[in-house]
Design a protein around this ligand. Sequence first.
Ligand SMILES: Cc1cc2nc3c(=O)[nH]c(=O)nc-3n(C[C@H](O)[C@H](O)[C@H](O)COP(=O)(O)OP(=O)(O)OC[C@H]3O[C@@H](n4cnc5c(N)ncnc54)[C@H](O)[C@@H]3O)c2cc1C
Length: 472
Amino acid sequence: MTQPVKPLLNQLTAELKAAGFASGQIIMADESRACYGYDATRQSADPMLVLLPESGQQVETAIKLAAKRKLKIFPRGAASGMSGGSIPSSDGIIISLTRMNRILEIDQENMIATVEPGVVTGELQEEVSRYGLFYPPDPASLSFSTLGGNVAENAGGPRAVKYGVTADYVMGLEAVLINGETIKCGNKCVKSVSGYDLTSLLVGSEGTLAVITKILLKLVPAPESVKTSLLAFPSMSAAALAITAMFKNQISPSTIEFLDHHSINAVRETLPFSLPAAADTVLLVEIDGSSTSVMAQSQKLKKLFENKALLLIEARDEGERAQLWTARRRLSPAIANLAPHKINEDIAVPRAAIPAVIARLEQLSARIALPIVCFGHAGDGNIHVNVMLDKNDPEQAQRGVKAVDEIFAITLELGGTLSGEHGIGNTKSAYLDKEWSAATIAAMRAIKQAFDPENRLNPGKIFPTPGSQPCH
Ligand SMILES: Cc1cc2nc3c(=O)[nH]c(=O)nc-3n(C[C@H](O)[C@H](O)[C@H](O)COP(=O)(O)OP(=O)(O)OC[C@H]3O[C@@H](n4cnc5c(N)ncnc54)[C@H](O)[C@@H]3O)c2cc1C
């Protein structure tokens, strides 16, 4: 820490303590601050101070005291973000929301949970299940990521195809603005059109507009039953046709995950069942709902595909269900064996464009001589694209960067978007103008300016800054 900063910090911490912060809520030591400077992108930076508020009031206090000194604020949840959203700068303060982790209310009558932002997603899901209720958004990080982080990133997961993403469940928010004032938006009403929809604006704002301190989440009745099936097809286009056929035949899966042939080959040997050699694409399909509806839809699925798919396995119990999911769950560690590093993007395209994207990515892979492994959420068009490479080889690293440029170009050409769920953060900000026109970005910047005129709240995220480089 530089010398001129020390007196400023000493004065600030004295004021924080006078306002009720305990010593354990203020982290100044170098080695402890370092624990708050990273996220899942493996970037790291050193914030000047870390605060662990335990109430909305304390968030207000911290932001007001920082405002007096024009310090930057970086909100942070569990730091599982995949786009660098919570990476701080050395002249900024981290506000970590993890101690605000109380489920404040489960309103069974209105089916709404009120939570603090630091509640871990899976913990809310478990708690509401005791009441026969269900919180559907299911990012794969649900056992550690926070609901505040999910709201800030508008997180999604495999169930998005039927249940939607986090945005579809946020009914209201309490949030602290960069001037330290708290705003409330939304409410428990199913219908509410009073004024601008600030709730929707804050969802997915990546910590750049306000610090979320309370969240109202819609719950739904828990499905009575769920049936999981695995289907293998000889080509991506055959799998895509199968998905269309499901919807046309009134089958409404809650999950349709896919594995391309690279993914299949990476996990094939580790699976508790055997996949046909000709399998090029695997679909993992889940159907949930009332027992009668699940049974009827599963029978239809079987009838439709038992002669068309190379393989159709139906899980008969929880054990078999877990076995089918091993194909998907073992993927990330399995593809890590293909190369020392990977560049991971989470593009999304309209569902029908999946075969075209995969075909174009195959061509790209051949051209740049690097494997590109694709898997993800076939039901909603969100594809995890992994360029496998050795970044220590400068020439390969260069090809990797070129590959990302082309992946985004192909995606946008096919009507897609840079990110389906991980957000823009600082890793993709240099590409924002490839997706949006200057006028659209200017409208976005005007919103940022209205909320944060001095650009002190999570700066360097979403918008390209002069000279900003893509970060892979
Ligand atoms: C193994 C793994 C699997 C993953 N799978 C998925 C997946 O399936 N789907 C998916 O969508 N994502 C996934 N992610 C990404 C990540 O988990 C999500 O983006 C998640 O929502 C981040 O939550 P977090 O609490 O870790 O937030 P952080 O990473 O700490 O922060 C993320 C962003 O939210 C902001 N933020 C956090 N809390 C607040 C708050 N209270 N107020 C304002 N801004 C705030 C931060 O400033 C930052 O911009 C995965 C990550 C990992 C490591």
